[in-house]
Design a protein around this ligand. Structure first.
Ligand SMILES: C[S@@+](CC[C@H](N)C(=O)[O-])C[C@H]1O[C@@H](n2cnc3c(N)ncnc32)[C@H](O)[C@@H]1O
Length: 205
């Protein structure tokens, strides 16, 4: 699968039909999800691996990962409406490796090889992304994670404190549509920091 072909497939997925501001529900754009997934594939972090897509929403990372022959994918999501969107998307691509887990990420305790997550940006509740990071560093050997750019220094310290090793850092920018009343412009551009993190498998708790 070429990166552009993956992007086109991901563009066809349905988004949130009932987005909720308190859960910071916005989508990772298809080109950025394809970029991250393709990179993870090249790093050997998808094929034959157990994956978790934390805060999966309609499932762009779960479904994208499906094209690279993983052993299994857990799509963990707290919101029932988003899970309905996810189910429709899974049905449209017929990926049988995805298991939907309807719960708060902080209660998910299954050991996995690789995590993908676009965490809540923290615009509603500061450091809303920390439960995602803490859980990921507890259960996964490798983590691909997106966060609010402004908090990168704090996050780097936190990742080290939690026993993670950052192998790659990158900046991404993307627009978030005006889906919430408090946004005054049609679209707002936000800057994100992306980390690839490794954790020694023996230290998973
Ligand atoms: C920024 S959106 C990302 C959605 C999707 N992963 C993507 O990249 O397009 C964050 C997602 O995390 C979910 N979420 C927020 N807090 C959560 C929690 N504590 N446990 C599980 N899911 C949560 C939201 O409902 C939302 O679907």
């Amino acid at each position: 699968m070429k990166k552009k072909a993956l992007e086109i497939k991901l563009q066809r997925l349905q988004g949130f039909t009932n987005p909720k501001a308190n859960l910071e529900q916005y989508l990772t754009p298809a080109n950025i999800a394809a970029e991250i997934l393709f990179f993870a594939h090249q790093m050997g972090d998808i094929e034959g691996k157990i994956i978790a897509d934390m805060g999966s929403g309609p499932g762009i990372f779960s479904i994208g990962a499906c094209y690279f022959n993983p052993a299994k994918i857990y799509a963990v999501e707290i919101d029932g409406d988003a899970i309905e969107d996810l189910k429709r998307n899974i049905a449209s691509v017929r990926c049988e490796k995805i298991e939907i887990v309807s719960e708060d990420v902080k209660n998910f305790r299954v050991p996995v090889d690789t995590i993908f997550q676009n965490t809540p940006f923290g615009a509603q509740v500061r450091h809303n992304d920390l439960p995602f990071l803490e859980t990921a560093l507890r259960i996964s050997k490798v983590i691909y994670t997106l966060h609010n750019w402004e908090t990168r220094d704090f996050l780097m310290g936190k990742i080290r404190e939690l026993g993670g090793r950052i192998t790659h850092v990158r900046e991404f920018q993307f627009q978030i549509p005006r889906i919430y009343k408090f946004h005054t412009k049609e679209r707002v551009t936000r800057k994100f920091v992306f980390f690839r993190i490794e954790k020694d498998g023996d230290k998973l708790k």
